[in-house]
Design a protein around this ligand. Structure first.
Ligand SMILES: *Cc1c(COP(=O)(O)O)cnc(C)c1O
Length: 420
């Protein structure tokens, strides 16, 4: 059997990940391999740590990627701080809240959760009141819920956690690099980012950061393991058990990423190159400018969709700027529309999960995919495809509305010239 050379068609990817990657990041990935203890490589690792601190907006000592997809970051932080029987509180407002519960349960936590309808978020005070009843050791929550396109306000929750001496772990996989999130200012103890979303780096790494409150637990558990824990250490380890995972043991990863450079795994060389270039591009653009860019293209997309006559899904006050959820019009086969977009226009948009499956499309505007040409392409193509599906859209209105947001000059008066 003869296999053809690898071929991937060029796509416009407007999903909540994986998204398009800047050609400079792809180029960085073809940089020659270096040994993992080569000073040239450890220097790159150190730069990645420093750039991550800036993107996470933290002074934390520890900020480095876990090798694995985004959920590996969630698992690494949670399994390193959860001891069997620990109480963890998880407010759930979409699919990824359920993932947090699942991970916590697998490591022996006693999980308490609360849920709100998909498309909404929690009033922070509700979370705080429930938290005060549950009295957990850890609160684990999603910041940007890609499944519903909502964003949970965290600042008040963070403050209440710190006051109650509760650890706050936040899944910011979908928001980091696209939406404002401040690790230190919002009192977030452990935070997880994702690469294939707003950072616009391929999938396969999960940058994380955590502070001394988490580090205290790690070092206590490590000393317990070695039988050298003091009374002071033991106050940070209730169960006095070692971390169950080897791959995700943050204390071992610290020894690898820190000055001791003790071998743990073999760092994913080409992915580190990609992350390095991706982070460099983000800092060169500027965090604030980048957040503004995401808002601008979101605005143009929404203006276009509404002008076409489509309705958005979910509470508009708590919309995640980088994911726009659109209600599938009545009697339209959402999957058929997505297929036609892909086959005829090489554009990918997403469906959704669970209770929202078949009800909404999700259009991502993340990182390198979040640019004018992509917004205009998806609006034009979606209009054409919906017309092909017999939907009575306001023809021609979507692109004009988006062009208005972009302040594209009108060169002729609005009384259209007749074609002769
Ligand atoms: C995408 C996503 C994840 C999971 O990412 P994987 O890379 O598929 O493991 C977790 N949380 C949120 C909020 C996400 O959007």
């Amino acid at each position: 059997m003869v296999f053809s050379e690898l071929f991937a068609p060029s796509r416009t990817i407007m999903t909540p990940g994986p998204v398009e990657v800047d050609p400079r990041v792809l180029r960085a990935m073809s940089t020659p391999i270096l040994g993992q203890f080569d000073p040239a490589f450890t220097n790159i690792m150190n730069q990645v740590m420093e750039m991550l601190r800036q993107v996470f907006q933290t002074k934390n000592r520890w900020a480095f990627p876990i090798d694995g997809t985004s959920r590996s970051g969630n698992e690494a932080i949670l399994c390193s701080i959860i001891e069997p029987g620990d109480r963890v509180f998880v407010p759930i407002y979409g699919r990824f809240g359920h993932l947090l519960v699942e991970i916590c349960e697998r490591y022996g936590a006693e999980v308490h959760s609360m849920e709100c309808p998909w498309g909404e978020v929690f009033d922070p005070q509700m979370v705080i009141d429930e938290m005060n009843k549950v009295k957990p050791k850890i609160v684990a929550i999603v910041h940007g819920e890609t499944s519903t396109g909502r964003m949970q306000p965290l600042k008040e929750i963070g403050k209440a956690c710190r006051e109650g001496d509760i650890l706050l772990v936040v899944d910011a996989v979908a928001s980091i690099g696209g939406v404002q999130i401040k690790t230190d200012e919002w009192y977030i103890d452990g935070m997880i980012g994702g690469t294939q979303k707003c950072l616009s780096v391929p999938s396969g790494m999960a940058p994380i950061t955590y502070n001394e409150r988490i580090e205290n637990i790690l070092s206590a558990r490590k000393k317990v393991e070695r039988g050298i824990a003091t009374e002071e250490d033991l106050q940070f380890s209730r169960s006095r058990q070692a971390i169950a995972s080897n791959y995700f043991d943050l204390s071992m990863l610290q020894d690898y990423w820190g000055p001791r450079r003790l071998n743990h795994h073999t760092e994913a060389t080409s992915m580190i190159y990609a992350l390095h270039e991706g982070l460099r591009l983000i800092l060169a653009e500027g965090l604030e400018q980048r957040f503004e860019r995401h808002k601008l293209h979101e605005k143009a997309l929404i203006a276009g969709l509404e002008a076409m006559g489509l309705s958005l899904f979910g509470d508009p006050k708590h919309k995640l700027p980088c994911v726009t959820c659109v209600e599938i019009p009545k009697d339209v086969d959402g999957e058929s529309v997505r297929n036609m977009l892909l086959e005829q226009f090489s554009i990918e948009i997403a469906s959704s999960f669970g209770p929202l499956h078949g009800k909404i499309w999700r259009i991502g505007t993340m990182g390198y995919s979040c640019r004018k040409e992509n917004i205009l392409s998806v609006l034009g193509a979606l209009e054409a495809v919906l017309i092909r599906h017999g939907v009575n859209v306001h023809r021609g209105a979507a692109l004009q509305a988006a062009l208005d947001v972009y302040n594209v000059e009108r060169l002729a008066d609005f009384s259209f010239k007749k074609l002769s």
